[in-house]
Design a protein around this ligand. Sequence first.
Ligand SMILES: NC(=O)c1ccc[n+]([C@@H]2O[C@H](COP(=O)([O-])OP(=O)(O)OC[C@H]3O[C@@H](n4cnc5c(N)ncnc54)[C@H](OP(=O)(O)O)[C@@H]3O)[C@@H](O)[C@H]2O)c1
Length: 367
Amino acid sequence: MAVKEVYIAVIGAGGVGKAFLSQLESLSTRLSRTPSSPKLSLILLSSSKKVLYTHKYTALSLGNTASSLAQSAQEPLSLPQIIEYLAAAPSKAVLVDNTSSQDVANQYPAFLAKGISIVTPNKKAFSGTFKLWQEIFGAASTSGAKVYHESSVGAGLPVISTLKELVDTGDEVTRIEGVFSGTMSFLFNSFAPTEGSGGKWSAEVKKAKELGYTEPDPRDDLNGLDVARKLTILARLAGLEVASPTSFPVQSLIPKELESVSSGDEFIENLPKFDSQMEETKAAAEKEGKVVRFVGSIDVGKKEVKVGLEKFDRSHPIASLKGSDNIISFYTKRYGTNPLIIQGAGAGGEVTAMGVTGDLIKVLERL
Ligand SMILES: NC(=O)c1ccc[n+]([C@@H]2O[C@H](COP(=O)([O-])OP(=O)(O)OC[C@H]3O[C@@H](n4cnc5c(N)ncnc54)[C@H](OP(=O)(O)O)[C@@H]3O)[C@@H](O)[C@H]2O)c1
């Protein structure tokens, strides 16, 4: 590594952001023991309302960053001001976007054009319009800045790096299929377990919400959009020009009648009235000796992407998934009939931050 010091700016200090800051502290300590490694200097940390930064690019202490941020009285910076601040840094700068903000994502081309590399678990930039996707990678290739987003699909699981490597080494990816949502995984593994029975759909949704597996309003999981965003990213990496996450069929599990109820609690209260719909789906699968699962799939040859319910034999790897795990199968020319399968936790602060820290290490190796 030729660069002596790398400046790090972190936007977002929630579950993933806090775990990342702690991993950054360990990484920084580890690198400080190798004289040829760059010094990592955290120079900016912000949430939506607070910011902590130093005018002269002196490093913030990595020890108690989250509480220092909460106490900060510094005037918040706009995104253009953050870009200006990082672009003027006396050495290379990396933005770590740990938000789910579309506003931050929309500014990626501007960060990259100024030579600021980006690592992020935020799906918004890569699953928005195809124009934004092109602008991001166009700006990166012009300026030489790097952009990595491993944790935007399957959290820390090596899904994106694996797909890129399959494509870059000349394999032909024919089909990608999997369970891409920890929430959907948990719901279906308990609603329709391979060993039979399982709870009522509404009871499982209520339980998942109580255990913190769903968004505060479970409809944000059940509408399928989160899975559609991940499929958009993978399809684009596999070479398909997917216009947006709403440009292909996505099955919503929200009953029409409950689409416009005013709150998540009201939704949960009324969901039992619609249990028969899901019971019928489960029974139809059982009749064929199968179980129902919520999956996303990409048929690369046919250029087809879809998200929704499908039936699987009980012995299928997708059927026998446990807990809230994700599973992603890559069918390729090289791997033949037995797909390359990646499986494990697809959510959680620590594993998601691991993907982000891993991306940061890649950037450091390439600066
Ligand atoms: N958690 C997981 O298991 C997981 C898995 C895979 C991917 N991800 C992705 O990782 C990212 C972070 O997830 P999380 O669970 O850590 O979310 P979170 O707990 O809600 O934290 C989000 C953080 O971003 C800040 N933020 C939001 N909008 C902002 C803006 N416009 N400017 C500055 N700061 C802003 C929030 O600040 P305030 O608190 O002030 O609003 C908060 O600190 C998301 O993109 C998510 O999709 C998460």
